[in-house]
Design a protein around this ligand. Structure first.
Ligand code: GLV
Ligand code: MN
Ligand code: MN
Length: 407
């Protein structure tokens, strides 16, 4: 069998330079920024070098066709955007592995019966505009294009303006039933997020499903004042109910066997010697079932209301996104498991608490996910890692899967 090594490692070295912070080693590849544009340009160039026809759809998703644009396509890929100071693997591993798998198949003179399409979907992390999997949600119609256009980043720039600045027309955002209707299967290869594979001695895993999850924006409104002169009893300090609510979220998660995280906080005016006027904080909540997510969020919200009353602070809470429970296509997973077994891989089937475009697309097309072992399990951090040998195994596995599905 041809080694995927040189191809994968060479591609990886090229992409890993883009958007990396030299001090932390983390990535900031927010959608429609110069780093994102550089990633898109790199992907387009690599796909075209392989003779693939690349197009950007109306929602900003990239599709590189190996074979004619006809129904029944087998799509593989992931995303190129990142969380703030993210790892190198979350997203790019699936895109680079897709390119390397094409090389492997071409080396074997494989000629696909069905077209193979490599995809790089937009704003998967929701790091800039707040709604994760925005590209796939727009594609499937899970997000209203008018609502999407006016989403803002932390600087107040709308998605529409950001797309225009990057040279894309936001006027045509919206569902693409024609595109979705032409996809026979979508397979996303992704770095493992969590540490289930290493203890089992497995290099690869297959996704069973995705926990339901969502994001809620809590705004605690108080009154700015002088940190030295305002008497404690006179203050309306929104930091206090926020801090108490963050602890309540941890407690609610523990009680409900859920996870709940306040990972993003914006404080105004953000001065050391000023009582804040506003604390904006985003709650990310996930659990094995939707009712538990709902109960967890209700508990956190009630706690926030109580603390706000205690400290004379106002509260508003808004749900920004929600992804229901996802169960991936069992027949496709079984077929892939058979292909992997024939290629010498045993791949445990795992649930995950991480969101993915594959989860959004699963509502419309048969979808599967392949995980590549992450030895520490750490993700959304510069410490995220997968060994080169495991990445190369992932490429060989993906090539075997594409050969089977498209052959
Ligand atoms: C994306 O990685 C998410 O799970 O939020
Ligand atoms: Mn991620
Ligand atoms: Mn991802």
């Amino acid at each position: 069998m041809t080694s995927a090594g040189p191809t994968f490692a060479g591609l990886w070295r090229e992409l890993e330079r883009i958007g990396r912070d030299p001090h932390t080693g983390g990535y900031r590849r927010y959608s429609w920024t110069p780093a994102d544009t550089a990633c898109r340009t790199w992907f387009t160039g690599q796909a075209e070098r392989r003779g693939l026809a690349v197009e950007t759809d109306n929602n900003g998703n990239l599709w590189a066709w190996w074979g004619p644009k006809k129904p029944g396509a087998i799509v593989t890929g992931s995303h190129l955007d990142s969380v703030p100071n993210g790892g190198a693997f979350d997203g790019p591993l699936g895109v680079v592995s897709a390119l390397a798998a094409v090389d492997l198949l071409k080396d074997r003179s494989f000629s696909p019966e069905r077209s193979v399409v490599l995809a790089a979907l937009t704003e998967e992390e929701g790091a800039r505009f707040g709604v994760p999997c925005l590209g796939s949600r727009l594609l499937t119609g899970a997000v209203d294009p008018n609502a999407a256009r006016v989403l803002t980043d932390d600087a107040g720039t709308t998605l529409a303006d950001a797309m225009v600045a990057a040279g894309h027309d936001p006027g045509f955002l919206g569902p693409r039933d024609d595109l979705l209707g032409g996809i026979a299967a979508f397979v996303e290869l992704h770095v493992e997020q969590g540490r289930a594979l290493a203890p089992q001695g497995a290099v690869l895993g297959l996704a069973e499903g995705i926990w339901p999850h969502g994001r809620w924006r809590f705004e605690f409104g108080g009154r700015a004042d002088h940190a030295g002169t305002a008497r404690l009893t006179d203050r309306r300090d929104p930091m206090l109910p926020y801090a108490a609510t963050a602890l309540a979220a941890r407690q609610a998660a523990e009680q409900n066997a859920a996870v709940a995280t306040f990972g993003k906080v914006i404080v105004e005016p953000n001065g050391t010697n000023a009582v804040p006027s506003v604390v904006r904080a985003w709650l990310d909540a996930r659990a094995a079932d939707e009712a538990t997510v709902g109960e967890t969020v209700t508990t956190v919200r009630s706690a926030a209301e109580r603390f706000c009353e205690q400290y004379g602070v106002t509260l508003s809470v808004r749900q920004e996104s929600f992804t229901p429970l996802v169960r991936f296509d069992a027949a496709l997973r079984d077929r892939i498991a058979g292909t992997l077994a024939a290629a010498g891989f045993s791949a445990p089937v795992l649930p995950t608490g991480a969101g993915h475009d594959a989860g959004v697309l699963a509502a419309r097309v048969p979808t599967a996910m392949l995980f590549v072992r992450n030895p520490t399990g750490i993700s959304h951090s510069p410490a995220e890692h997968a060994d080169l040998a495991d990445c190369e195994a992932g490429v060989r596995a993906l090539a075997a899967v594409l050969e089977d599905l498209a052959g």
